[in-house]
Design a protein around this ligand. Structure first.
Ligand SMILES: N[C@@H](CCC(=O)N[C@@H](CSS)C(=O)NCC(=O)O)C(=O)O
Length: 435
């Protein structure tokens, strides 16, 4: 190269042209891909989409969900990524995903964080996954066998970065068709993690467990710490005055009295409360056929101030059973679906062991294992449990197949509740026959 070429008068222009081209390319490659229908505030900043191999779906510029990686695929990816986070367990479909296989040979930094969908989903695991992604050199590739767990971790990372709410996160995941949404456990895990972060700076929920001793029934008072609006879950007619006293002393305003189902062993206090407290609505599942001010369907949210509980249909004990889950998924009020180390009987009131098994596994056991379980009754003085504990120690469910569960339920041989003849007709009219 001659000195005239090196010091050409055109050189500044050539350099300027080069900078323009580089900037345009960089701009185009980082321009947000704005998926249709996703609100602007939650559109991805770095979304790119391409297909590398049949088992791999690239869904984000710096985090990639992938299936099994062979040597050729790893080799193709090693130019693009600096690290790999393996979410494989040693079980079933994950066999063959090598945490320390081809990637480390190619000089990629690797990390292994086993994510067991059936038994291991916890808020701690979510924190660990997010921390691993913070620590690994970017861009990182996240790998699992089907893309479910990897897409869940990817979504968590995105939601954390963007500061999304639970609803915004779900809207994003649905719009992007992220595979984890189809798995109830992974979906609950992601949303519970996001919700826990969403509410972490708020004052704690106001909470009082209450007890009616003749029917061993728990009633739960939940209140918004900011507005002081409150709800009661499963009030009993005999303890309505006691409950109202607690509500008054705590400075709360009762806005709803909810029933987990149409009870057979005690008379509900919801109708009385709706009569006594202006603005208070009694509620029960529509399918129960019982009277109430409001009929609930699965997925409905009952709001009290800035907080809410979500109603999840969990039939099996009766056809209209619902579990109420707090917005941050820290608490589940399971009524007579899941009990502590047991579950509701299935031998009357449209009961069905098959339906109960399905309800518990898909709607309750899909919650994170730290979620507290508050049942409708306990006959041994226990107040609460957790999902993790019940998955391990519930003798009717833990490690039991559907057939084994049905066998157990069909042979409980329990005596009928003493108050059934009074309670059932009264509860069909919001507990108001008995008053
Ligand atoms: N002895 C009590 C009724 C006990 C009972 O049957 N409890 C029900 C929930 S209330 S309908 C139940 O499902 N129990 C399951 C179990 O395994 O105990 C009374 O006379 O009220």
């Amino acid at each position: 190269m001659t000195s005239s070429a090196l010091y050409s008068p055109w050189r500044p222009l050539v350099i300027f042209y080069g900078i323009c081209c580089y900037s345009a390319t960089a701009f185009l490659s980082s321009t947000p891909f704005c998926p249709r229908g996703v609100p602007k505030s939650i559109r991805s900043r770095s979304f790119v989409s391409s297909r590398l191999a049949s088992t791999m779906t690239v869904t984000a510029a710096d985090i990639t969900t992938a299936g099994k990686l062979g040597e050729a695929e790893t080799s193709a990816l090693s130019d693009k990524y600096k690290s790999v986070l393996y979410l494989a367990t040693d079980k079933g479909a994950d066999k063959g995903i090598e945490p320390n296989g081809f990637a480390s040979l190619r000089g990629l930094t690797t990390r292994h964080l086993p994510v067991d969908v059936k038994d291991g989903l916890s808020l701690q695991l979510a924190t660990d996954a997010l921390q691993a992604l913070d620590e690994l050199p970017a861009p990182a590739l996240v790998v699992c066998s089907s893309g479910g767990r990897a897409s869940a971790v990817q979504c968590l990372r995105k939601a954390t970065e963007e500061g999304w709410t639970k609803d915004q996160t779900l809207a994003y995941a649905l719009e992007m068709k992220l595979p984890f949404v189809k798995n109830p456990s992974l979906k609950d895990w992601v949303l519970a993690t996001v919700a826990a972060r969403e509410y972490r700076d708020e004052l704690p929920l106001l909470f009082r467990p209450l007890y009616e001793e003749t029917s061993w029934t728990y009633t739960f008072l939940l209140g918004c710490p900011v507005t002081k609006e409150a709800i009661l879950i499963d009030p009993v007619d005999l303890t309505v005055e006691r409950d109202l006293q607690v509500i008054k002393e705590m400075g709360l305003t009762l806005v709803a009295a909810l029933n987990t189902h149409c009870h057979a062993d005690h008379v509900t206090g919801s109708g009385l409360l709706a009569q006594k407290v202006p603005g208070c609505k009694s509620m029960i599942a529509k399918i129960s056929g019982a009277k109430a001010s409001v009929h609930l369907e699965s997925g409905d949210r009952v709001r009290f101030g800035r907080r809410y509980v979500e109603a999840r249909a969990t039939p099996g004990h009766t056809n209209g059973c619902m579990t109420f889950v707090t917005d941050d998924m820290k608490m589940a009020f399971t009524g007579d679906a899941l009990l502590i180390r047991g579950c509701g009987r299935t031998d009357f009131q449209q009961g069905s062991p098959e339906t109960m098994f399905e309800s518990i596994w898909t709607q309750i056991f899909s919650l994170p294992h730290e979620t507290s379980v508050y049942p409708g009754h306990d006959y041994r003085g226990r107040l609460m449990s957790t999902i993790g504990e019940e998955k391990r120690f519930n003798s009717r469910l833990s490690g039991k197949s559907r057939e084994e569960f049905i066998e157990i339920m069909n042979n409980l041989k329990l005596a009928y509740p003493k108050k059934i003849d009074v309670a059932l007709p009264a509860n069909l009219v919001d507990g108001l026959l008995a008053s």
